[in-house]
Design a protein around this ligand. Structure first.
Ligand code: PLP
Length: 301
């Protein structure tokens, strides 16, 4: 989809040329087109490819039903704003996502990935697409739990405020660091990682939010610590309310992971993966709450 109106990064009106979808998509046809997933789609000089300059979001569909699609769309727009990209037309993106899901072979969990790049070098015209794929089955993780290592992210917890140009909290296409963290975790014999700020606060996983249970309360690191606002973590808070548990955001120390009554990595298509060890030390696995969370996060899976 293309932006309908002339718009641009904050403070730089008109930095992007006017782009209408009507030239490409005549009236009466949807303002997007179906692309061949096996054919080249992105030019070799696309800034998303060559510089990781763009944003994405991934929404899950469980048995054909969207999970928190509005929240994913809003976060996508928020990430775009942080990068000074034109505001995506969320009605168009929503229609494209639904069409792509409807066209896909059904699967228990589908993940719809929305990508918006800054476009070709010098063209000042973003390029966006949606791709739907079957999500991996996480039943083994839900059953057996996962092991994690803590890894220093190298930034203080307040970096989003002191250095907003580091784009912490935006879901940018520059995920090479997150993937390197996963490789490092596996190199150390663990399944996944939990990032810790340079000043010693628990942040998030490379592709998931961190949630703890402490007695009757569900706790998660504050989203002002340069971490992604997780849609699944929000849903866990709603489920906590249903289950009569309190829920709050606060700063969390790594040693609190070891003392917690349960620790999970949560994300849209993964649900809640219980953590059974942190840095080689066993942590409590709350089996009943894991099952209760996944029954609600991924109903019927
Ligand atoms: N944090 C990071 C860095 C992520 O990449 C993700 C998801 O991919 C999440 C948290 C969890 O977000 P959500 O629950 O909206 O899927």
């Amino acid at each position: 989809p293309s932006p309908r109106e002339r718009s641009g990064p904050a403070g730089k009106p008109g930095a992007y040329p006017a782009a209408t979808t009507s030239a490409v998509h005549p009236p009466g046809t949807p303002p997007y087109h179906r692309a061949d997933p096996d054919a080249p789609l992105v030019p070799a000089d696309d800034l998303g490819l060559t510089r990781g300059d763009g944003v994405f979001d991934t929404a899950a569909f469980v048995n054909g039903r969207p999970l928190a699609l509005d929240e994913h769309l809003q976060r996508f727009a928020h990430s775009a704003a942080l990068l000074g990209l034109p505001r995506p037309r969320l009605d168009v993106w929503r229609a494209a996502v639904l069409a792509a899901v409807a066209a896909h072979v059904p699967a228990p969990v589908l993940s719809a990935k929305l990508v918006l790049t800054r476009g070709r070098e010098g063209m000042r015209r973003p390029i966006g697409w949606v791709r739907v794929a079957a999500a991996r089955d996480h039943a083994d993780e839900h059953r057996d739990g996962i092991t994690v290592v803590t890894l220093d992210r190298g930034y203080r917890h307040d970096v989003a405020t002191t250095s907003p140009w580091l784009l912490q909290g935006a879901k940018t296409l520059s995920y090479a660091i997150n993937l390197a963290m996963l490789r490092e975790a596996r190199h150390r014999g663990a399944d996944d990682a939990i990032m810790v700020s340079a000043d010693g606060w628990v942040l998030e996983g490379p592709t998931a939010s961190v949630v703890l249970r402490e007695g009757d309360a569900i706790v998660t690191p504050s989203t002002d610590e340069g971490i992604l606002a997780g849609t699944t973590q929000r849903r866990v808070f709603d489920i906590a309310a249903e289950l009569g548990l309190a829920a709050h955001y606060r700063r969390v120390r790594p040693d609190e992971l070891l003392a917690a009554d349960g620790v999970w990595l949560v994300s849209s298509s993964r649900g809640a993966a219980p953590v059974r060890a942190v840095d080689g030390r066993a942590v409590a696995v709350d089996r009943p709450l894991t099952d209760a969370l996944n029954a609600r996060l991924l109903p019927g899976v």
